[in-house]
Design a protein around this ligand. Structure first.
Ligand code: HEC
Length: 224
């Protein structure tokens, strides 16, 4: 067999493997139902994404925060919901900032959800598996987003294995602002180290459980 042919066959096999993985990952995502009750959980962090002009809110159930605070693993059954909004833009197309310099919530884009359950993920090869987590993307009307590349969720979160694949783990633990590791730099590298996970001001409905970590909100913050 000439080398051109073998390269073509290798590429074809790679394509088949990639397709098989995409199907597998899609089936895994189907295990994740839309988290109807996400807002009854704790709003543990918000993210201003200047790069994508998005404002994001991260919710989790209290049991996960309690476990992380005790130094225990994130429990089976944990669902983390990241609600993604377009940031409001000014006439020039730049994100509007509130009095605290944060982006302002605009139209709802959709939901990124990750869920962890005992035994999940066992069918994935080691190079893709994210422990016992599965990922799903939902549109603004709470339907599964068929266009989402779930494989990319695994790939992007994989390097964070040391914190159970949760990139905003420091916010869960309440230590986000004390992270002092220097951000990596280089062409094409986007560091999340400079993103702030805590809002300067939060408006919540009366009775909503929220957690105020001192590093996020100044002592003078009043929740209304
Ligand atoms: C390009 C890299 C990248 C991809 C792809 C990606 N994520 Fe993330 N994800 C992040 C980053 C970075 C954060 C931290 C918050 C932020 O900066 O917006 C995050 C945060 C999250 C969170 C909040 C919990 C946490 O880990 O901090 C959820 C839930 C989440 N992503 C789900 C998904 C889902 C579902 C997909 C696939 C549809 C996905 N992600 C794909 C980079 C990625």
């Amino acid at each position: 067999m000439n080398s051109k042919k073998s390269i073509a066959i290798a590429a074809a096999l790679g394509g088949v493997a990639g397709l098989a993985l995409a199907i597998q990952v899609r089936a895994g995502g189907d295990k994740v139902a839309f988290p109807e009750n996400y807002a009854a959980g704790i709003l543990y962090g918000t993210v201003d994404r200047y790069d994508t002009k998005q404002y994001r809110e991260q919710y989790v159930m209290p049991a996960a925060i309690e476990a992380v605070h005790k130094g225990q693993p994130i429990p089976s059954g944990t669902v983390i919901t990241m609600v993604e909004y377009k940031a409001q833009l000014d006439a020039e197309g730049n994100p509007v900032k509130d009095a605290n310099g944060h982006l302002v919530k605009g139209e709802l884009n959709g939901y990124a959800v990750m869920e962890k359950r005992t035994g999940w993920g066992a069918e994935y090869p080691d190079n893709i598996r994210n422990g016992e987590w599965e990922y799903q993307s939902f549109t603004a009307d709470k339907k599964v987003n068929d266009k989402a590349n779930l494989n990319a969720c695994f790939q992007c979160h994989k390097p964070h294995a040391g914190q159970d694949f949760v990139i905003s783990f420091a916010s869960l633990r309440g230590t986000a602002s004390t992270q002092t590791a220097p951000p990596p730099s280089g062409p094409g590298v986007v560091s999340i180290a400079s993103f702030r996970f805590g809002p300067g001001q939060v408006t919540v409905a009366a009775g909503r459980a929220i957690r105020s970590f001192p590093p996020f909100w100044p002592a003078s913050t009043t929740l209304s």
